[in-house]
Design a protein around this ligand. Structure first.
Ligand SMILES: Cc1cc2nc3c(=O)[nH]c(=O)nc-3n(C[C@H](O)[C@H](O)[C@H](O)COP(=O)(O)OP(=O)(O)OC[C@H]3O[C@@H](n4cnc5c(N)ncnc54)[C@H](O)[C@@H]3O)c2cc1C
Length: 303
């Protein structure tokens, strides 16, 4: 048996992942949950429409309470991003940003949706013409070119390193990197040029990206800019497992009423499966996914 093997792994510790953890661990499955508290959409929200709470409640408090509840059922938490996923021989495996490898029999994707834009001049106008939000989708278009990546977290650091296999020069623009020491060391050993204490003020270009203007007033001449704010995107991780996306709104994972995806043992819950983006929906789907994933893992163990 591989080391670090869990019955159910959950990527995402928002309401969907937390509820899934409570139900899966409640069924005596060995559960691990990955993800960061502050990266949940709920973190900064005040919630007034969630059943049973008469007065508005802070999202952060709900998230902290949910973790404690899941831990009462013996779920394990790791506040780290997942940067790589694989599906081989009936087991899922994933790599954390520190480089640790975990495996599980069932996997629940509850990474929410990324709404993160830079909101600077030129970004909207040049989206699709040099401005990209997905390294894994668009890296290939920048063979032999110069590119910049902007972001402070794991998605930006890993994205910049991925781009080294395609682009001629890769520059990572960040205010302050918030990544693990191991990822930082890998980044520093790579050919990525890291520019800290600055940020992108404007994307320059007429019909396509020609450069970016930084807050330190330097201009970088680049053919493309990758905006990677936050963790490795749900789309990239899910796509690498072969999960089917909604053909109309390509960023949502298709599930059935059991929250099953097209891949056996792979479940999805919460904002990642599409609107309405509400806690009530996230916890409902998380509950179903948690129960179903625990039962799947048990069936696999019994077979
Ligand atoms: C300002 C604001 C106000 C809101 N107000 C309300 C409201 O009043 N009522 C309501 O019902 N809803 C509200 N919402 C929506 C609600 O917050 C979301 O519907 C809900 O949080 C979705 O839960 P989720 O678990 O699917 O995703 P999220 O809560 O977004 O959690 C996603 C999790 O995935 C993790 N993650 C992402 N990528 C990775 C990775 N690569 N590796 C590891 N972990 C990863 C993140 O760290 C995070 O823990 C509001 C949202 C916002 C932004």
């Amino acid at each position: 048996m591989p080391e670090n093997l869990y019955d159910v792994a959950i990527i995402g510790r928002g309401p969907a992942g937390l509820q899934a953890a409570i139900h899966a661990a409640g069924k005596k499955a060995k559960v691990i949950v990955f993800g960061k508290l502050r990266n949940s959409s709920l973190y900064k929200a005040h919630i007034a429409n969630f059943c049973c709470y008469e007065k508005p409640i802070l999202g952060k408090k709900m998230l902290e309470a949910g973790r404690k509840q899941a831990e009462e059922f013996d779920a394990v938490f790791l506040e780290e991003d997942i940067i790589e996923t694989k599906n081989e021989n009936n087991l899922f495996s994933f790599v954390t940003e520190s480089g640790e490898i975990f495996t599980s029999k069932a996997l629940i994707l509850s990474m929410g949706v990324s709404r993160k834009k830079l909101r600077v001049k030129g970004e909207k106008e040049l989206t699709g013409r040099g401005v990209s939000y997905c390294v894994d989708c668009d890296a290939n278009f920048y063979k032999g070119m110069d590119v910049a990546v902007v972001g402070n977290e794991s998605a930006a650091a890993t994205g910049a390193m991925t781009l080294l296999s395609y682009a001629k020069n890769v520059c990572l623009v960040c205010q302050k990197l918030v990544i693990t020491d191991k990822l930082y060391d890998r980044l520093k050993e790579s050919r990525v040029k890291v520019m800290e204490d600055t940020w992108v003020k404007e994307v320059i270009g007429t019909n396509e990206v020609e450069g970016v203007l930084l807050t330190n007033n330097e201009t970088l001449k680049v053919n493309g800019i990758f905006i990677e704010l936050g963790a490795k995107g749900a789309m990239e991780l899910a796509a690498s497992l072969g999960a089917l996306f909604d053909p109309e709104a390509v960023s949502f994972i298709v599930t059935n009423k059991k929250q099953e995806t097209n891949i056996p043992g792979l479940y999805a819950a919460g904002d990642i499966t599409g609107p309405p983006w509400q806690i009530a929906k996230a916890v409902g789907e998380g509950c179903v996914a948690g129960i179903e994933a625990a039962e799947y893992a048990k069936r696999l163990a019994d077979s």
